[in-house]
Design a protein around this ligand. Structure first.
Ligand code: MG
Length: 386
């Protein structure tokens, strides 16, 4: 039997307040391709199968706001959140103390274009060599400058730019943090160097840029859109109308003399939307994920099924661009409920209400729906890769 593989902790350090970025809010929260910068980094680590826990290091004054805006709506498991220190090393130390992994991967929270492949390569190198980091060769010619006069040209063949992730075996990072020389270190590998040890360099990527200035955000957005991939999905559902049941549509209760019959709350709009989301992500259908033989879903609200489905869609690497829903029925009229439905559905999906459209039509009395025996719904969605 092979020994169990060591557990891996990701420590995402996002404790800075970003003076070069300007603005009143930290750059961790700046919107990038429709979600906060930090969220992109966290979702990559959440999607890495080998990572057993995420430790998130945040600035004290912004901790609750960052968790509420960038973490809770997007991650299926909440990371362990700790307050950062005054320096980079102090923040690393606090993240380290909260972690339990045999192998530690430390990442700048504001490098949102990190790829799972680079995470895996740094982890592998750190496991074999004790410590490793992502880095890229310097591209520009470098000059020493004094008093605005050029001195020597530095041989750039020897120079690489350090990125993150930086990976460490636990004992090694413990020793490096306990060592005397932590003053002024601007990355974590330097602590290992100060022990007289080295670290393996793994080829990083120019895409793995650190958001420091507003221009970096524009470049990151352009890189993300350049590799954007879209998928569409379609869903349909129908439920019978029956006496003595409450009517739920689009996640809100609707006043009507009958309700829809089903194992859950039978919200046809929500169910059609669940099927469209699962379909677009290639994840099968509602019956597979929420079987009506399973008591867990007895009486389940449409909003709950949507929340669960959207988490699966995000875990598969997709974000909702928009959803368009059509309710088919003669009665009740949904005009007065339309805005509340948009908000309830968007809330369950953790997207802006503007991303959800709800409309209605009749079948002019022609079929079972037209005779008032049932309500049906269609949904179409577009997803974008994340
Ligand atoms: Mg249904």
């Amino acid at each position: 039997m092979s020994p169990p593989s060591p557990s891996v902790s990701a420590i995402v350090v996002a404790a800075g307040l970003g003076s070069r970025f300007g603005g009143e809010r930290p750059k961790q929260l700046a919107p990038l391709a429709g979600r906060p910068v930090l969220t992109h980094s966290l979702l990559v680590f959440e999607a890495c199968p080998d990572i057993s826990e995420i430790i998130l290091v945040l600035p004290r004054d912004w901790l609750e706001i960052i968790v509420a805006e960038a973490v809770t709506p997007y991650l299926s498991v909440k990371p362990v959140c700790v307050v950062g220190g005054r320096s980079r090393v102090e923040s690393t130390r606090r993240g380290f103390e909260a972690s339990g992994g045999d192998l530690l991967l430390i990442h700048d929270g504001v490098r949102p274009l990190i790829s799972p492949d680079l995470v895996a390569r740094v982890a592998r190198a750190a496991r074999e060599r004790g410590a490793a980091l992502a880095a890229v060769p310097v591209r520009d010619t470098l000059k020493k400058v004094e008093n605005r006069l050029v001195g020597a040209t530095v041989d750039r063949r020897l120079l690489w730019q350090a990125q993150t992730p930086q990976g460490f075996q636990r004992e090694l990072l413990a020793r490096a943090l306990a060592g005397a020389g932590t003053d002024g270190a601007t990355d974590d590998i330097e602590l290992v160097q100060r022990l007289g040890l080295s670290a393996e360099v793994v080829s990083g990527s120019a895409r793995n840029l650190k958001i420091t200035t507003p221009e970096d955000l524009i470049m990151a957005e352009a890189l993300m859109n350049h590799s954007a991939c879209f998928r569409t999905g379609h869903g349909y559902d129908l439920h019978r109308l029956a006496e003595g049941r409450p009517l739920w549509l689009g996640g809100v209760p609707v006043a009507f003399e009958r309700g829809l019959l089903g194992h859950s709350d039978a919200d046809v709009l929500a169910h059609a939307l669940v099927d469209a989301l699962l379909g677009a992500a290639g994840l099968g259908d509602i019956g597979e994920h929420f079987p009506d033989k399973d008591d867990r879903w007895a009486g389940a609200s449409g909003a709950l099924l949507l929340r669960e489905s959207m988490a699966k869609v995000r875990a598969a690497g997709w974000e909702l661009v928009n959803a368009d829903l059509t309710l088919v029925g003669e009665k009740p009229k949904i005009g007065p409920y339309r805005q509340a439905m948009k908000e309830a559905l968007a809330g369950a999906l953790s997207v802006a209400p503007a991303a959800v459209n709800v409309k209605a039509t009749t079948t002019e009395g022609m079929d079972a729906v037209g005779r008032g025996l049932a309500l049906a719904a269609y949904a179409a969605v577009a997803l974008k890769n994340i």
